[in-house]
Design a protein around this ligand. Structure first.
Ligand code: PFF
Length: 466
């Protein structure tokens, strides 16, 4: 039996080309697109936010995404699917695996709070389906429902007890782990092939409903979100927020894409696949997320929505909106069900890198690694639930892990790609099986511009916060 190094057949493989694109898009499209993006844009200059946002997309997002796809497949074809394995093969020294701890920790920690919000979505969808959430125009009723789900009243009350949240957390967990247990092609890919089209349909229905409401013009909802406030561009915080949003949203810098792309073969086109998945994410974010959440909330609630905060916007403001529109129960259900699908396809992508690590690092079989990870993740989620009297724990974790650590990991990835792996090798590897070419300057950007840009933002951030 001859086994050539580059011909290694991965233990698992994606079933189809469109499947892997949908799986990566599933990871990218999530709560970040529908809740985080509108919140960030509204707080950071409205329409003006789009300038730093698109600059970050072009300079950081797409180049790093290509680098991750390339390096992931390179590692996968040499038999490695976990970040420690891939990093040691890229850097040609096993010591490099220590560089990659963040690529395991970040997804796992994000999972521990993301899953809680995922369960809120399911809880809301269920309560719309049963009609319990159609409480007329009583804003206080929605607020107290929101409080009972997220436990945001501080009087020692346990998170979510009022709305039976534990049941929804249980269902969400089981759904996640069944899909993970079924594996990359049968679990993740099959589910994303159904979920992404379903999300497009649901979101388009809600979008058409919102845009055909009487006040959705530039003086009303759309204008509130999109009329630019150019002075925000002078504030470094706007630039920081924009690049943070790009990373979070594209799932770049987490160690997720290197894992997903490690199940590719040399026949796959990483250049086109990476670009397609990123474009799909931008469509969901700018066209759907950007046109639904805030404009709708503003139309019904006025400028006060700016003070709502990301979570309250989705879970407290929007139910008021659905209550006032014709067929609101139906659209409310569609919206929260769509959010649930978006969240689950993202949370799966946080688990798979860790599963790959358990299998590779400790030789665990799937029927051992899956429950093992389940126990760790469940413990973490309860930690989050128990210690968060309200939204504070989520915000704190989201900030430290979801914003700051990503910067560090993205910087490590850019340096390893540009300076250790090398841009010539990177360019060669990226184009194996590719139908389109990455312009040469993108490689120079990865080597010089990305580290400087990331380092600059990081320094500006530290400076701003002392
Ligand atoms: N990209 C996802 C979103 O926009 O909601 C979030 C996410 C996915 C974060 C995967 C981290 C991750 F590993």
């Amino acid at each position: 039996e001859t086994s050539e190094l580059t011909e290694h057949t991965p233990k698992e493989q994606w079933g189809s080309r469109i499947g892997v694109v949908l799986a990566v898009a599933g990871s990218a499209v999530g709560l970040g697109n529908f809740l985080r993006f509108p919140g960030q844009a509204a707080q950071n200059g409205g329409g003006a936010f789009l300038l730093p946002y698109f600059i970050s997309l072009l300079i950081l997002g797409i180049p790093l995404c290509w680098a991750e796809w390339t390096v992931g497949r390179y590692g996968g074809m040499r038999g490695f699917h976990s970040a420690p394995g891939i990093f040691s093969v890229i850097c040609r020294t096993p010591k490099a695996r220590y560089l990659s701890v963040f690529a395991l920790l970040i997804p796992l920690v994000i999972y521990m709070y993301y899953i809680v919000i995922e369960a809120w979505c399911l809880c809301y969808a269920w309560n719309y389906a049963t009609g319990a959430l159609m409480m007329g125009s009583d804003a206080e009723a929605y607020e107290s429902f929101f409080d009972s789900v997220v436990g945001s009243n501080q009087d020692g009350h346990v998170f979510g007890e009022g709305a039976g949240l534990l049941v929804f957390i249980g269902i969400t967990f089981v759904a996640n782990f069944i899909l993970i247990y079924r594996g990359v092609a049968k679990g993740i890919e099959t589910f994303c092939k159904f979920a992404i089209p379903a999300m497009v349909v649901c979101a388009l229905c809600v979008l058409v409903r919102v845009l055909t409401l009487p006040d959705s013009d530039v003086d009303g909802g759309l204008g509130f979100m999109w009329n630019p406030q150019p002075e925000a561009l002078l504030n470094p915080k706007t630039w920081l927020a924009a690049s943070g949003q790009i990373f979070f949203s594209l799932s770049v810098g987490f160690g997720v894409i290197i894992n997903y792309s490690s199940y590719l073969t040399k026949k796959d086109d990483v250049v086109l696949s990476g670009l397609t998945a990123s474009s799909m994410n931008e469509f969901f974010e700018v066209c759907l997320g950007g046109l639904i959440t805030l404009p709708a909330a503003f139309m019904f609630l006025g400028a006060g929505v700016a003070s709502f905060g990301t979570f309250a916007l989705g879970f407290n403001a929007l139910p008021n909106v659905f209550a006032q529109m014709p067929a609101g129960q139906f659209f409310g259900f569609l919206w929260f069900f769509m959010l649930f699908l978006a969240a689950i396809t993202s949370s799966l992508s946080m688990l798979q890198p860790v599963i790959a690590f358990f299998e590779e690092g400790f030789n665990l079989e799937r029927h051992v690694s899956t429950p093992f990870l389940g126990i760790i993740a469940l413990g973490g989620a309860f930690f989050v639930i128990y210690f968060s009297s309200g939204l504070k724990a989520l915000d704190t974790l989201d900030f430290w892990v979801g914003t700051l650590l990503i910067f560090v990991l993205a910087l490590i990835q850019a340096v390893v790609y540009g300076w250790v792996f090398g841009i010539d090798e990177g360019e060669r590897q990226a184009h194996i099986g590719a139908h389109i070419r990455i312009p040469r300057f993108v490689q120079y950007m990865l080597k010089y511009v990305v580290p400087v840009y990331l380092g600059g933002i990081f320094i500006a951030f530290c400076y701003l916060n002392v």
